[in-house]
Design a protein around this ligand. Structure first.
Ligand SMILES: NC(=O)c1ccc[n+]([C@@H]2O[C@H](COP(=O)([O-])OP(=O)(O)OC[C@H]3O[C@@H](n4cnc5c(N)ncnc54)[C@H](OP(=O)(O)O)[C@@H]3O)[C@@H](O)[C@H]2O)c1
Length: 258
């Protein structure tokens, strides 16, 4: 169960080795979170992430989860919800952080449609499947938050990353609609739209204006949970920037250095 400030006692991360997700998990563990499930493709990085959270005092476990294997989601995630948290919270997952995603390589993917499809299937189809499975389980509990890592890239398609951007646009629209569908059920859906975040996903790329860090995203997620926000921009001023970008004529947008 969440505390009076909206901080979860148990957390399920989809994309368990994501740097943004781990910064968020560390922050929440420092507050009140006791059980953390890291769902992801088995790897030394996933195991190391769980170990790091255990060192901070959490009961951290890993579970094999592949966003692309939609047929397995009901069973894999169903088991996590069946086991849930520990102690007085047994059976509950208070928060799901949907953090998996791939950036792809725009130039390469334009020439290799199957690579582009992999980006779309991971970021959109995988999220639709896992998101609906988790939403159903949260609804059965009658409470909990589903926090979805969208992106400013989904706000307006751009030449430089329209394959990734379109997958995030789909994810963002899906998550907003799901939030409306769950309104009044006790389940809260929060869409998080970060700009450029310095993580392994963006390593080697030139930072965009207003570039930020995983810990800044984690802080914004915590604040959003406390406020029960439906939409969070990170950093906050991106909301104003993107409201201008949203209405920019396409010839202007094509010349923007981002
Ligand atoms: N970094 C940014 O600038 C930025 C900005 C806005 C939004 N975001 C979004 O924030 C989320 C987290 O990104 P990040 O920066 O933390 O990147 P990251 O550290 O590269 O994390 C991405 C995560 O996605 C997982 N993943 C990829 N394909 C998967 C699959 N088929 N099944 C299960 N897990 C899979 C990766 O697992 P593996 O270890 O198995 O590869 C990794 O845990 C992503 O959705 C991203 O699109 C990032």
């Amino acid at each position: 169960m969440k505390d009076a400030f909206g901080i979860p006692q148990s957390l399920l991360v989809l994309g368990g080795s994501s740097e943004i997700a781990l910064a968020t998990a560390r922050r929440l563990v420092a507050r009140r979170t006791r059980t953390v499930w890291l769902a992801g493709r088995p790897s030394p990085a996933l195991d190391a992430a769980a170990e790091q959270l255990r060192d901070l005092g959490a009961d951290a476990r890993t579970v094999a989860f592949d966003a692309l294997d939609c047929a397995s989601h009901e069973e894999v995630l169903g088991k996590v919800f069946a086991e849930g948290g520990t102690g007085s919270d047994a059976g509950d997952v208070d928060m799901v952080l949907l953090a998996f995603g791939v950036l792809g390589d725009q130039a390469h993917d334009e020439n290799e449609p199957l690579s582009a499809v992999r980006v779309a299937q991971t970021n959109y189809t995988g999220a639709v499947s896992a998101g609906l499975v988790c939403a159903k389980a949260l609804q059965a509990q009658g409470h909990g938050s589903l926090v979805v890592l969208s992106s400013v890239a989904g706000e307006r398609a751009r030449r430089a990353n329209f394959i990734y951007g379109s997958s995030k646009a789909g994810l963002d629209a899906f998550a907003q609609g799901l939030g409306d569908a769950l309104h009044g059920t006790g389940v809260h859906v929060m869409v998080v739209r970060p700009g450029f975040v310095r993580t392994k996903m963006t390593a080697g790329r030139t930072p965009a204006p207003l570039a930020t860090t995983p810990s800044a995203v984690a802080r914004a997620i915590e604040t959003g949970l406390v406020r029960r926000a439906e939409l969070v921009w990170v950093p906050g001023p991106l909301r104003l920037v993107m409201s201008a970008v949203r209405h920019a004529p396409r010839p202007v947008l094509r010349r923007l250095p981002m």
